[in-house]
Design a protein around this ligand. Structure first.
Ligand SMILES: NC(=O)c1ccc[n+]([C@@H]2O[C@H](COP(=O)([O-])OP(=O)(O)OC[C@H]3O[C@@H](n4cnc5c(N)ncnc54)[C@H](OP(=O)(O)O)[C@@H]3O)[C@@H](O)[C@H]2O)c1
Length: 345
């Protein structure tokens, strides 16, 4: 059987490398995978399963025989390149924030709104949500279907890998500097991240929220339900991989903690680990490298009429980015929304 040609743009980055790993792990039916990045990386080796790919430059790359382009090279690169790549007939699945709120671009989390994928034909672009939104809506969807969510208040504990490979290096080198008594240098983060937490992710907006907090609100509305009210506080923590969230949910209709636990246990993409005893919950260290969104600490909030509180953890490079993008590509194939160009020729 003839497979597909897949391009990964941003292949040297945190998300791009994870995309190559996940394409291999899930045996995505690709005949050919090409790794692209900036000119700086031409000739660099990246792994795709047992194979090694030599990185090529995005500039001047001819996408005319590419079927699917997985983009994770940042917002400005995507703004410029996604329309050009899409015009050459490749479907772009983008990880940046560039296209998420465009009404002609579907914003997809497969467990939540897979049907909306079909709308990709308007621009040939599909957007992935922000990493914090992706895991949140996977956990909220079954609860919303059961008891109708009115309002969500969420505080995040986001790992440094969400800010790219340089940010991981910064946590590592600052931590080392603390032990060796060297000077701590902040480049990627506004304050020191080693042995600290920073309530500032992305730029400040006029209303005092940060852009990351705004994204969680706006993207949850677009993916799940525009009627849901959401207020977020997004915090960077000195964890390498895995985002955690403390989520407070107010419902229209009654729902008990036991009902929620049973419902979430049966829902796609979720694993409930909720023993209500010391250590009986999931931390980001345990979620790193895993595909599931973990839910723990489910309990009733007696301070509102129909309220629940829960703890939600996932690997931000996987469900928050690369895995979600590959799952979207799988929808395109499984629902026959795409035929391989070579097949068509
Ligand atoms: N990390 C997460 O959890 C996460 C989650 C959701 C979405 N995202 C989004 O995914 C994107 C990538 O994030 P990341 O964490 O992987 O960042 P990263 O580790 O800093 O990697 C950035 C990648 O983009 C490439 N790139 C930069 N400028 C380029 C250009 N002009 N042309 C071609 N390639 C270029 C880089 O190539 P070089 O090595 O050649 O510079 C590198 O491969 C961002 O838009 C981010 O917002 C990240």
């Amino acid at each position: 059987m003839m497979g597909y040609k897949v391009a990964v743009v941003g292949a040297t980055g945190n998300v791009g490398r994870e995309m190559l790993t996940i394409l291999d792990e899930r045996k995505f039916p690709a005949d050919e995978v090409v790794a692209l990045a900036s000119r700086r990386s031409v000739g660099v080796d990246v792994s795709y399963g047992d194979k090694t790919l030599k990185v090529k430059a995005l500039e001047h790359y001819d996408f005319s025989d590419v079927d699917i382009c997985l983009m994770s090279a940042g917002g400005s690169v995507s703004k410029e390149w996604s329309p050009k790549i899409a015009a050459q007939g490749a479907v772009v699945i983008d990880n940046s924030s560039a296209w998420r709120m465009d009404p002609d671009v579907p914003l997809i989390v497969p467990e939540v709104n897979a049907d909306a994928t079909a709308g990709f034909t308007r621009k040939n672009i599909i957007a992935n949500p922000n990493c914090s939104t992706a895991q949140l809506v996977v956990a909220l969807k079954p609860l919303h279907d059961a008891a109708k969510i009115k309002r969500v208040v969420v505080a995040t504990y986001q790992s440094v890998s969400g800010a790219g490979k340089d940010a991981m290096d910064e946590l590592f080198s600052q931590t080392k500097a603390v032990y060796t008594n060297d000077e701590l240098v902040n480049k990627k983060f506004p304050k020191r991240i080693a042995f600290n937490v920073i309530p500032e992710i992305d730029v400040f907006m006029e209303d005092g929220y940060t852009k990351e907090e705004w994204k969680m609100m706006a993207e949850t509305k677009k993916i799940l339900d525009p009627k849901i009210k959401l207020s977020a506080t997004c915090v960077r923590v000195p964890v390498f991989v895995g985002h955690s969230e403390a989520v407070n949910i107010e419902f229209e209709n009654p729902i008990t903690a036991d009902e929620a636990r049973n419902l979430l246990r049966r829902s796609p993409g979720l694993l409930v680990i909720d023993k209500q005893e010391p250590g009986g919950y999931v931390t980001p260290y345990e979620a790193a490298g895993e595909d599931a969104t973990y839910v723990s600490r489910i309990r009733e909030d007696a301070t509102v009429e129909n309220g629940l509180v829960l703890w939600c953890v996932s690997d931000n490079l996987r469900k928050g980015a690369a895995l979600n993008a590959v799952q979207i590509a799988e929808i395109l194939l499984n629902r026959k929304l795409l035929t391989a160009k070579k097949k068509a020729a």
